[in-house]
Design a protein around this ligand. Structure first.
Ligand SMILES: Nc1ncnc2c1ncn2[C@@H]1O[C@H](COP(=O)(O)OP(=O)(O)O)[C@@H](O)[C@H]1O
Ligand SMILES: [Mg+2]
Length: 351
């Protein structure tokens, strides 16, 4: 059962059709237009330039990182920079190896095949993909049991671009077949500010510098959220003010949408709240946390946690999730002496 009350403004699946259209309009179209992620841009730019000079399809690329940081954008840019068509599919859409065989055998030389959420592909499809990535060949099995025969089909050289929120869930053999892996990090406030200014220009929204920086600082380090908050603030500016996005307008609008000054949204706060008030700060398993906030485990793990960990509000330990002293402070509560980050701090472990 879905608890509408806890539906978070950041949940990826909450994007409706209209939002998708706006999102597409705001996507950078070339590496030069991408804001931030300097290292990834330099490295990827080199991979693409070298491939162009050799007249070959670039190596397979894996893009990993939390939702909304630019994985799909980069996949589209790779195809655009190589001036080749982008073929698009996703792990959950490939339920049978046969689905993948059909996609692979329909590729043309140099095509970019984008597989979103590649960690959610079925095991047989994954095995077929290894072979295709390495030998540009698929074995199509005809028949069943002892009489079954595998017919090898050659496929033209292509570039696989995989995107995942959970690189750790990819089996080693699949991960190893990517020639280049880019891990996208949360963005700095000044980068998000630049993104908000760029989007405001494209959407024709009148903004003040203090207004965009307020939106940037509440965007959870995530461009998709920055763009979404800009649109909510624009609505507010239009209806309740004179249309201009100033700091006061941004602050009032975001308070209304329950995005707090550190950028935490309802889901982030619900996780911290349950962890501290109901479980005494932990340790508690992530599945238990998810049930307690009425969300899917994946949403808590892939959407809320990376940011909370990054902000030093939550720690992952071998025995479960633990609230740090900063988390207790954030909720306006006194931290117990044993909370990580206090003087009685026990050693922190990563998973
Ligand atoms: N580096 C960036 N610079 C500018 N805008 C960005 C950047 N990364 C992402 N965006 C914006 O954020 C939105 C979400 O990005 P997307 O590539 O769909 O994220 P992901 O696929 O990682 O979930 C896009 O519409 C795009 O406008
Ligand atoms: Mg995406």
């Amino acid at each position: 059962m879905e608890d509408a009350h806890l539906r978070s403004l950041t949940a990826v699946e909450a994007v409706d059709g209209d939002e998708r259209a706006v999102e597409a309009a705001l996507r950078p179209r070339s590496l030069d237009e991408v804001v931030g992620q300097q290292r990834v841009r330099d490295q990827l730019g080199l991979v693409l330039e070298a491939a162009r000079q050799r007249g070959r399809a670039p190596d397979h690329v894996l893009l990993s990182g939390p939702p909304g940081l630019g994985k799909t954008t980069l996949a589209m840019i790779i195809a655009a920079e190589m001036t080749t068509p982008l073929r698009l599919t996703s792990g959950p859409a490939i339920t049978h190896a046969g689905d993948l065989a059909a996609i692979l055998s329909g590729l043309n030389e140099g095509d970019v095949l984008f597989v979103d959420e590649i960690h959610r592909m079925s095991r047989p499809a994954e095995e077929m993909l290894y072979l295709a990535m390495e030998d540009f060949r698929v074995d199509v099995v005809i028949g069943k049991g002892p009489g079954a025969t595998a017919i090898p089909i050659e496929i033209p050289p292509f570039t696989l671009v995989g995107a995942t929120t959970r690189a750790g869930l990819l089996p080693g053999p699949l991960r190893d077949r990517f020639g280049f892996t880019a891990h996208l990090e949360f963005y700095e406030a000044h980068e998000l500010d630049e993104i908000v200014q760029r989007s405001a220009r494209l959407l024709d929204v009148e903004v003040r510098a203090d207004g965009t920086s307020e939106i940037a600082s509440r965007s959870r380090g995530t461009p998709r959220i920055a763009n979404r908050l800009l649109r909510r603030v624009r609505d507010y500016a239009q209806v309740r003010a004179d249309g201009v996005v100033t700091r006061t307008v941004a602050r009032d609008a975001l308070d209304l949408y329950e995005v707090d000054a550190s950028g935490l949204d309802r889901l982030d706060r619900a996780v911290l709240d349950v962890l501290c008030r109901r479980f005494g700060g932990g340790p508690v398993g992530v599945s238990t946390l998810a049930v307690a906030v009425g969300e899917e485990r994946e949403t808590v793990e892939e959407v809320a946690e990376p940011f909370l960990v990054r902000r030093g509000l939550l720690a992952r330990t071998p025995r479960g999730r633990v609230a740090t002293a900063a988390a207790w402070q954030h909720l306006g509560l006194a931290a117990p002496a044993a909370a990580p980050g206090t003087s009685a701090d026990p050693a922190l472990f990563d998973e």
